[in-house]
Design a protein around this ligand. Structure first.
Ligand SMILES: Cc1cc2nc3c(=O)[nH]c(=O)nc-3n(C[C@H](O)[C@H](O)[C@H](O)COP(=O)(O)O)c2cc1C
Length: 162
């Protein structure tokens, strides 16, 4: 099996917090695998590990919320990337509200969108969720520095990776 690390080690891509709600259950995790994948229509694909609680909730959700964080929001990055909802209620101590269709929106995120799940793609150990944006909030301050992979490298994933 050929390893991609020599290629991906050179990258510093944005990090997102992806949240979901289904039948009253909420979940969310830090996600590095994600990108816009179509302009017309606008579409965005996020990849969730089959092992994460967020995946299990997202598999039953109609919509997902995708948030950008500022670089200094390492507390939120640590909560969503370093803890698992199997053990911690990540939404208990942070401000959030239900967005369109119930997807939890983090009040402190400077930019976010809620997308309807249009398709799911099995990519191996992650499943891709193809999102059609329904509501998009742009940062008031467009100059903010968003959290990227190099900022999140110190976080040990809260859910075991294998
Ligand atoms: C730098 C970094 C990148 C990550 N990228 C992803 C990702 O793309 N997809 C994913 O499902 N989990 C990713 N994770 C792992 C989850 O954020 C982490 O395991 C989280 O604790 C899962 O929480 P949950 O079990 O409540 O869903 C990443 C973690 C870190 C630290």
């Amino acid at each position: 099996m050929t390893d991609l690390d020599p290629f991906t080690d050179a990258l510093d891509y944005p990090m997102y917090v992806v949240t979901a709600e289904a039948a009253g259950e909420r979940a969310g995790c830090l996600v590095g695998f994600g990108s816009q994948c179509s302009m017309r229509p606008a579409r965005f694909l996020v990849w969730l590990s089959k092992l994460n609680r967020t995946y299990r909730v997202a598999a039953r959700a109609d919509r997902l919320a995708v948030h950008l964080l500022r670089r200094d929001q390492d507390d939120l990055a640590q909560l969503f990337g370093g803890e698992t909802g199997d053990r911690t209620d990540k939404f208990a101590h942070i401000p959030w509200h239900p967005g369109p269709g119930g997807a939890p929106v983090l009040d402190e995120a400077p930019a976010w969108f809620v997308g309807r799940v249009e398709n799911r793609v099995d990519g191996g150990d992650h499943v891709g969720f193809l999102l059609a944006p329904e509501e998009v909030r742009r940062p008031a301050d467009k100059g903010f520095r968003f959290l990227s992979l190099s900022d999140g490298l110190g976080i040990r994933p809260g859910h075991p990776v294998d």
